[in-house]
Ligand binder design. Structure first.
Ligand code: BTN
Length: 275
């Protein structure tokens, strides 16, 4: 992104509370790492770190995040009045805000895969990585990292990602404007965070359920070394994932960092299970 594009980006959000807190970079190792370092040094609530590309972008479960120019990569420092147990709610809130922002800006149907994958036509469009630091009884700060595959050509993805990843550009057949998307994202994240602070997790859960892309699926949950296959039952009122296992027991998962969900097939679909 050129200096001119950064200036236009700033203008796009200048009248929001994030306008004076936006910091733009051509390239960073990881916006989450940079934002976390600033947060530890006292960066104020609402600080936004935006990078045109990342060299060591991080995804969930210790994976990398492919971050060439053309994608949207940002991290927001929040200092929410939440107890540490509310971190899952913040992850869901950030996913809802991101999916709704994309759909407000572009004519696409985005769904969510627990807890925070953005999906488009069954492939990965983006993701949210929320990292919190706690002091006893409350969240000291949270870094909400959001990556969206916006203007990335399909052939630019590494071969292993090509079958599972997509971008807005690929889906729409044209590039998208990142500036209104950034604005929508920040405003919706702000509102969702305020809802959480006001104890309205139920509102976030309801919006998350409306976007649930796994509803009615048979899934395998990979948790550490264990694999549990079952019927996906959605999320409960705290945002935990519910699964009915082969013995008919309902299992509940809250860990955001260790679980991977493999979709076997949608219930009602015929044929063999597909990974
Ligand atoms: C996931 O695995 O789904 C989460 C991906 C999160 C990627 C974003 S890009 C901006 C921010 N900086 C990072 O290093 N990661 C997050």
């Amino acid at each position: 992104m050129s200096a001119m594009a950064f200036e236009e980006t700033w203008w796009a959000i200048a009248d929001t509370r994030f306008g004076r807190l936006l910091r733009c970079y051509n390239e960073l190792p990881s916006t989450n790492d940079f934002a976390a370092a600033l947060a530890r040094e006292g960066a104020p609530d609402g600080t936004v770190i935006l990078a045109a590309a990342q060299t060591q972008g991080r995804g969930s479960r210790g994976r990398g995040w492919f971050s060439p120019p053309g994608g949207l990569y940002l991290s927001v420092v929040l200092r929410p009045r939440l107890d540490p147990g509310a971190a899952l709610g913040l992850t869901l809130a950030a996913g809802v805000a991101s999916a709704e922002a994309v759909m407000a800006c572009e004519p696409v149907e985005v769904s969510l895969k627990w807890p925070n994958d953005l999906q488009l036509a069954g492939r990965k469009l983006g993701g949210v990585l929320v990292e919190t630091a706690a002091v006893p009884g409350r969240v000291r700060h949270a870094v909400v990292g959001i990556g969206i595959n916006a203007n990335i050509a399909p052939e630019a993805f590494p071969p292993e990602l090509q079958p599972v990843a997509t971008s807005l550009q690929e889906h729409l057949g044209r590039p998208v404007d990142l500036k209104p998307l950034l604005r929508e994202l920040l405003e919706r994240l702000d509102a969702a965070n305020q809802a959480l602070e006001q104890g309205q997790l139920a509102q976030i859960v309801e919006r998350w359920r409306a976007l649930d892309g796994l509803a009615g699926s048979r899934v395998t949950v990979v948790a550490g070394e264990g694999r549990i296959e079952g019927d996906y039952l959605g999320i409960d009122d705290e945002g935990a994932l519910l699964l009915r296992d082969g013995a008919g027991e309902v299992r509940r998962f809250t860990s955001r960092s260790t679980i991977e969900i493999l979709v076997r097939r949608s219930l009602g679909e015929g044929g063999e299970a597909a990974p």
